[in-house]
Write a new protein. Structure first.
Length: 187
C-alpha cells in the first residue's frame, strides 16, 4: 500500500510537472546565471516549502490567504524579475550574482510558481485521506527535484548553444509572459 502510494505520487507529479512553469523557470535561471547547483538548491527549497504547505496546510492556507491574493503576488514577482532580466545590459558573460542572492531568487520564483499550481493541488488531493502523508510528500518532492535537475541540465545545454543576450531576452520574456498569464488566470 505504501509503495503504491509512493509510486502514484511520484509518477503523477512527474507527468503534471513536465513543461510546467516552475520547470521552465528553473531552466531559464540555469541558462541565465551559470550557477546550476545554486539554482538547483533554490529550486529544491522552493519545492520543499510549496509541497510542505500543500500537504501540511494547503487547504488551511487558502482559508487564511485566498488564492485571489496569492496569484497576483506570484505574478508580480515574475513580471518584476522578467523586466529586470530584459533591461539588464549584457556585456559578455552573465554577471555572477552573490550565491545567497541567487538561491533566494530561485527559491522565491519556484515557491511562488508552485503555490496554487496544479501539482500543489495534486499534493493536497493525494494526501487527503492517505494512510501516510509522509510518503506522498516524499514522492512529490522526488518528482519535483527530478524535473528541476532536468531543467538545470537543459539550461546549461541551452547556454552553450545560444548567446547570453538571447538567453536573457528569452528568460525575461518568459517571466513577464508567465506573470501576465497568471494575472489573467490563463496559466
Amino acid at each position: 500500500m505504501v509503495t503504491g502510494l509512493l509510486i502514484q505520487s511520484l509518477f503523477l507529479t512527474l507527468l503534471m510537472e513536465m513543461g510546467d512553469r516552475s520547470q521552465l523557470t528553473t531552466l531559464f535561471l540555469a541558462a541565465n546565471y551559470r550557477r546550476p547547483l545554486v539554482i538547483l538548491s533554490g529550486a529544491i527549497l522552493g519545492h520543499l516549502v510549496a509541497t510542505s504547505t500543500a500537504i501540511g496546510a494547503g487547504e488551511a492556507l487558502l482559508t487564511v490567504i485566498p488564492l485571489t491574493l496569492l496569484r497576483p503576488a506570484a505574478a508580480t514577482i515574475f513580471i518584476a524579475l522578467g523586466l529586470k532580466s530584459l533591461f539588464e545590459k549584457v556585456n559578455g558573460p552573465s554577471p555572477r550574482p552573490l550565491k545567497w542572492s541567487l538561491i533566494w531568487t530561485s527559491f522565491l520564483l519556484i515557491a511562488a510558481s508552485e503555490t496554487g499550481d496544479k501539482t500543489w493541488f495534486l499534493a493536497i488531493a493525494l494526501s487527503a485521506g492517505a494512510p501516510s502523508v509522509e510518503i506522498v510528500f516524499i514522492g512529490v518532492l522526488i518528482a519535483l527535484t527530478a524535473t528541476s535537475v532536468l531543467a538545470v541540465i537543459l539550461g546549461e545545454t541551452l547556454l552553450k548553444r545560444l548567446s547570453a543576450r538571447w538567453v536573457k531576452i528569452a528568460s525575461g520574456g518568459f517571466l513577464v509572459l508567465s506573470g501576465a498569464l497568471m494575472l489573467l488566470q490563463i496559466w
